[in-house]
Design a protein around this ligand. Structure first.
Ligand SMILES: [Zn+2]
Length: 367
């Protein structure tokens, strides 16, 4: 994911409280990497702040424009990634994009992107034009292809409105899911799925899926099974705020769907709280692209806190815990230097996240 360190990388020095450990200490950046060995002549770029491993937006879409179309230009893709960065997001998990965004990887100014390839959906069972659509019989092969193309993740659309039923309904039979998820795992990729409702979840979780996106339909029993299996959830609460609007839009044609979406919305905070309390790993993702602007990770972290995660756990869900989950380092010797500094302690006041004071990305000060 990263190239060779550029020869002009600066030597930097920071002093402050390093999270999550909370020790007040010095660190240096040399050759783009963190070191606790003093580097003579390094420029001090921050003092007395709270130093956090770069934030993570664990569910967003670079390449989907507001309203649901494809972002047509490289400049447009860059702008989305820079909006994430402005919010302190130095790594993002792209949960499905119709656009090939690999050109962004060459730009050291942009956050690291971990891709899930294309959304995989059953025919006419997702937002038009965004997913690769296929019959269940072709899912396994499509999963294999996306597992090879992505950065270690595959994205399924697990449920969507079924116009015949007039409500949310699962997209794939359980046996196909089991084979598809096993195929991804054999390719070394993890699998996640969009779900709003409940009915698709037993098949996905039972098939060994690694993560559930949104997960508003989770029940106590399913939460228990996820906790036992270590299946994560990315609730995207800032996007769940759109559910009442989806309900209103669908009301006249699909009254059952509208009532389902209102019920799921009403229970969304309690689901997150139950998942956290059961020990399900919960991560912060905004679902930016489409219905949400990029750059709202602080809002998501605060929404997780409002739903019942302690402030420090909500912060971890958008920083060090999410990084570990995605295979990214924290603040440690020889780690690539992706750091955000806040003036006040974000563990005590999550509003601090609105005001990154200093950002270091790939060993360079970018803000
Ligand atoms: Zn999404």
């Amino acid at each position: 994911m990263t190239g060779l360190p550029a020869p002009d990388l600066p030597d930097l020095h920071l002093a402050g409280v390093l999270l999550p450990e909370g020790d007040d200490r010095d660190l240096w950046v040399h050759g783009g990497r963190i070191t606790f060995e003093p580097v003579p002549g390094a420029e001090t770029v921050s003092r007395d702040g709270f130093v956090v491993p770069g934030l993570v937006d664990a569910h967003c879409h670079v390449g989907i424009s507001r309203g649901g179309g494809r972002v047509p230009t490289l400049a447009g893709l860059r702008e989305q990634a820079l909006s994430e960065r402005a919010a302190g997001v130095l790594a993002l998990r792209d949960c499905g994009s119709p656009v090939d965004t690999r050109a962004l990887d060459d730009d050291p100014e942009l956050p690291r992107i971990i891709r899930a390839g294309r959304h995989l959906a059953a025919p006419r069972r997702y937002i038009p034009g965004l997913a690769l659509e296929m019959e269940p019989g072709d899912l396994v092969e499509a999963v294999r292809t996306q597992a090879r193309r992505g950065d270690g993740w595959v994205k399924l659309v697990g449920d969507w409105i079924d116009r015949g039923v007039g409500d949310l309904a699962p997209e794939w039979p359980a046996d196909v899911l089991a084979e598809a998820i096993a195929a991804a795992h054999a390719e070394g990729a993890r699998v996640t799925a969009h779900t709003f409702g409940t009915d698709a979840l037993p098949g996905l979780i039972g098939a060994g899926i690694d993560c559930i996106e949104h997960g508003t339909g989770l029940t106590e029993e399913l939460v228990g099974e996820m906790a036992a299996r270590g299946t994560a959830v990315v609730p995207t609460l800032v996007n769940v705020e759109n559910f009442p609007g989806f309900a209103t839009a669908g009301e006249s044609k699909f009254p059952a769907y509208a009532s389902t979406m209102r019920r799921l919305y009403a229970g969304s905070g309690a689901v997150v709280r139950a998942a956290y309390e059961a020990g399900v790993p919960v991560f912060a993702g905004t679902d930016a692209g489409g219905g949400i602007d990029h750059g709202r990770v602080a809002d998501e972290v605060r929404a997780l806190h409002r739903a019942g995660l302690p402030a420090e756990a909500a912060l971890a869900a958008g920083s060090w815990a999410a990084r570990t989950w995605l295979g990214l380092p924290g603040i440690e010797e020889d780690a690539e230097a992706d750091l955000v500094v806040y003036e006040t302690d974000p563990r005590k006041d999550l509003d601090s996240l609105q005001r990154p004071q200093r950002m270091i990305l790939r060993g360079r000060v970018v803000a």
